[in-house]
Ligand binder design. Structure first.
Ligand code: SAH
Ligand code: SF4
Ligand code: F3S
Length: 481
């Protein structure tokens, strides 16, 4: 779930998500009007957190706070935090040291901690970090104006109440850091899965699905504003289930895909994350049958070994996962699949690790997010299993997986050379304003020279002539009939 996140320039880590974190707003939000109150927000973690920051921006806007990119100019500094691995929490602590300096220079600046780390540590945060004024969990953002008003009076505040109903369905997110073409739509919150390594069920609470009508309305509104791609977000989108309170009819994920695909044939639909146990043939058929539902599935395997998968409480085994991969390629031969992988989980042997290696090879992932296991306090694994694989071993296994994944991605990308794809233009390439960057339906990034009269949000046809493990290079051609 980590790709496409805005990045903080200069953080040097190519593998895991923590590198791609932190940045704030697009240029349209840069202006600070004299007299207005302003907040500055940094986001870390998964796309859900980035999406939540857009909800927070909307709620604070109603309370008279406008966004600024300039931390020093802000009345309120917010950090939307992640607890998924120890390193994610370390990053947050480091940023707090930076905010501390700003606060010393500008007494009266308020600092708020939002998101998963706020939920995990609760009021403890106020004891541990003296600079923090407010601590707000993921389901309590409607309370922000009240908590901020309290903080303005010098009163510290905490709200980490987890809700069974909150989906922020009625809140129209303020699109931060937007390219004007692609946007996230949160379709559900929380997670009921209890994978033994994972902190999310504790920081995000119970799973609940948002009204299908409000999702379709948000997609329609985005399309009308010029957006051409939406990513439906949830920790486990395949278990989306919403019951219409008036008719008692339920909408499942396959049906939701069809409903959002019907908004406009020119609106691309992506989604993340799929849990292997929940993705149904109906979802695969909905993907196959709608050209605008992208042929790309993020299907985290975590481990390729059945004993480890059982310890992880993933509820599928190696053979079951392989059958799912077979089924996807059978229904959509051109579908790309990506994964999340954890190396060195409790008690993992060398042989069991090799099962993960062979799974990466079997599945032929277009890319993966790869991590070494990081024990999280309070999770079932932390309570019941010993974190007994030495750090060097975890890291060596991770390197092995990364090297294999990179070589597979390089090979798969090389196979695209000579082929022609429909590409949605997202903006200028990083290196040149003479070139566009965009993506294929399989989520492969393509760089190609611009032609006269084109703009981000246009669909173009690109023939691929070169590739690396991460990028395709091409030239534009006439659309094929
Ligand atoms: N809901 C998604 C994952 C969300 S967390 C899913 O089920 O696939 C994103 C990824 O972080 C996970 O897929 C997992 O690979 C990784 N992760 C979660 N907890 C971790 C831990 N304790 N140590 C290392 N990686 C972890
Ligand atoms: Fe965590 Fe598992 Fe839920 Fe994903 S499905 S958020 S890994 S508990
Ligand atoms: Fe996301 Fe991190 Fe929370 S991955 S759900 S922000 S713990």
């Amino acid at each position: 779930m980590y790709n496409d996140n805005p990045t903080i320039a200069g953080l040097d880590n190519k593998v895991v998500d923590e590198s791609k974190q932190g940045q704030v707003f697009g240029a349209e939000f840069a202006v600070k009007k004299p007299g207005d109150k302003h907040f500055y927000i940094e986001s870390y973690g998964c796309q859900m957190n980035f999406s939540d920051s857009e909800i927070v921006a909307s709620i604070l806007g109603e309370a008279g706070y406008g966004p600024t990119r300039d931390m020093e100019a802000a009345d309120l500094i917010l950090i939307n935090t992640c607890s998924i691995r120890e390193k994610a929490e370390d990053t947050v602590r480091k940023r707090l040291r930076v905010f501390d300096k700003v606060k010393q220079r500008k007494p009266g600046t308020m600092v708020g901690v939002l998101g998963c780390m706020a939920e995990r540590l609760k009021a403890k945060f106020l004891d541990e970090e003296k600079l923090v004024d407010i601590v707000v969990g993921p389901d309590a953002y409607r309370d922000l104006p009240g908590l901020v008003a309290g903080a303005e009076e010098g009163e510290k505040g905490v709200n980490v109440f987890l809700s069974r109903e909150e989906t922020y369905a009625d809140i129209s997110p303020v699109r931060l850091q937007s390219n004007g073409v692609t946007a996230f739509i949160s379709i559900m919150r929380g997670c009921d899965n209890m994978c033994s390594f994972c902190v999310v069920p504790y920081t995000r609470g119970r799973e609940r699905s948002r009204s299908a009508f409000s999702i379709v309305a948000e997609a329609t509104d985005l399309f009308d504003k010029g957006f051409r791609e939406v990513t439906l977000l949830g920790q486990n989108v395949d278990s989306y289930k919403w019951t219409n309170p008036e008719t008692e009819d339920t909408v499942n994920f396959a049906e939701l895909l069809a409903m959002t695909a019907a908004v406009d044939p020119d609106l691309r639909i992506r989604f993340s994350t799929s849990h292997p146990k929940d993705i149904t043939d109906d979802v695969l058929y909905a993907m196959r049958d709608h050209e605008n539902v992208c042929k790309y599935i993020h299907l985290p395997v975590q481990s390729g070994n059945s004993r480890i998968l059982d310890l992880m409480n993933r509820t599928y085994d190696r053979e079951w996962y392989k059958a799912k991969i077979d089924r996807i390629y059978e229904i959509m031969p051109d579908c790309a699949i990506s994964s999340d992988i954890i190396t060195g989980f409790c008690t993992e042997t060398e042989e069991e690790h090799q099962d993960t290696v062979s799974m990466v090879d079997y599945a032929q992932y277009s890319m993966s997010y790869m991590f070494f296991y990081s024990e999280r306090p309070g999770t079932p694994a932390a309570r019941k299993l010993e974190d007994d694989v030495p750090l060097e071993v975890k890291k060596r296994r991770l390197t092995e997986i990364i090297e294999l994944q990179t070589s597979i991605a390089r090979k798969l990308n090389a196979e695209q050379v000579g082929k022609t794809f429909k590409v949605l233009i997202e903006g200028d390439s990083k290196k040149s304003d003479q070139e566009w960057k965009g993506r294929t339906t399989q989520n492969r990034m393509v760089i190609f020279p611009k032609l006269e009269g084109q703009k981000p949000g246009d669909y173009v046809t690109v023939n691929i002539h070169d590739s690396t493990s991460a990028t395709l290079f091409g030239t534009q051609v006439e659309p094929q009939k």
